[in-house]
Design a protein. Structure first.
Ligand code: OAD
Length: 231
């Protein structure tokens, strides 16, 4: 079976009812990154950060996968599929995708905020009650924080992602503005023979060095077009 790798971003979950970050009305128009998504934000006001991600988690728990997530899962019948997602939601998993690598963490998990253990042998805790609150602690007594990669933090799954992209025969980039690095660089780890497709209703700037077939549609329509193109 050919290796098909999907690199997804917020746009794949948009039709489920989760806001993207950089579209008009997106999350980064409503919140300042520096106040909710950096280690400094946590230091300055961790309760505000907890509130922000508690709202994100509530939203994720209220919505369902859309047809694009299901179509991606369906590809496993014909391809060896790996999904690399920048999304912190679990909609790919709920739609049935088996190999999902989260680059920026998972909102349904918490971890210790102890800076000494951060990114080394991390333990993850399910957020059973749907919220992380002040006073919720890990086994070592440190306040729990969301399992989310913030701006300025390393991306622990990056090298695994680079390896997966390097083996792709087909790479599908879907619903990402490719504004955030190092995720946006992953395209360059594809081998020269890899066929690259990009689904997005808006213009996404990709280097002219790469031969990318653009499908300028929303995720759900774009997945139908993509599957027809594969036939
Ligand atoms: P962005 O908000 O930057 O980009 C979303 C992309 O989805 C845009 O290119 C939109 O045109 C596209 N889009 C909108 N609606 C769509 C639809 N129905 N179908 C398909 N595409 C659609 O989101 P990401 O690229 O995922 O990181 O952002 C990357 C990272 O920036 C996120 O993981 C997050 C954010 O800050 C962290 O918080 C660390």
């Amino acid at each position: 079976m050919e290796n098909l790798v999907v690199l997804s971003g917020a746009g794949v979950s948009a039709e489920s009812g989760i806001s993207t970050f950089r579209d008009s009305g997106g999350l980064w128009e409503q919140y300042r990154i520096e106040e909710v998504a950096t280690p400094e934000a946590w230091e300055a006001n961790f309760e505000l950060v907890l509130d922000f991600y508690n709202m994100r988690r509530k939203n994720v728990l209220e919505v369902q996968p859309n047809q694009a997530h299901y179509e991606i899962a369906e590809l496993e019948k014909e391809y060896n599929v790996h999904v690399i997602t920048q999304n912190i939601d679990d909609l790919h998993e709920r739609a049935g995708s088996k190999n999902v690598l989260h680059l920026h963490g998972e909102i349904l998990l918490a971890k210790s905020s102890n800076p000494a253990t951060l990114h080394v042998n991390e333990d993850y805790y399910p957020v059973d009650k749907g919220l992380i609150e002040k006073g919720d602690t890990c086994s070592n007594g440190f306040q729990l924080r969301p399992h989310v990669v913030w701006f300025g933090e390393p991306v622990p799954n990056l090298s695994i992602a680079e390896e997966i992209v390097g083996k792709a025969d087909i790479l599908l980039v879907i619903g990402t503005s490719l504004n955030v690095y190092p995720a946006a660089n992953l395209l360059y780890f594809s081998k020269p023979s890899c066929k690259i497709y990009l689904i997005d209703p808006n213009q996404v700037n990709v280097s002219h060095d790469l031969d990318v077939k653009i499908i300028r549609e929303k995720a759900t329509d774009g997945m139908k077009t993509f599957r027809n193109l594969l036939k």
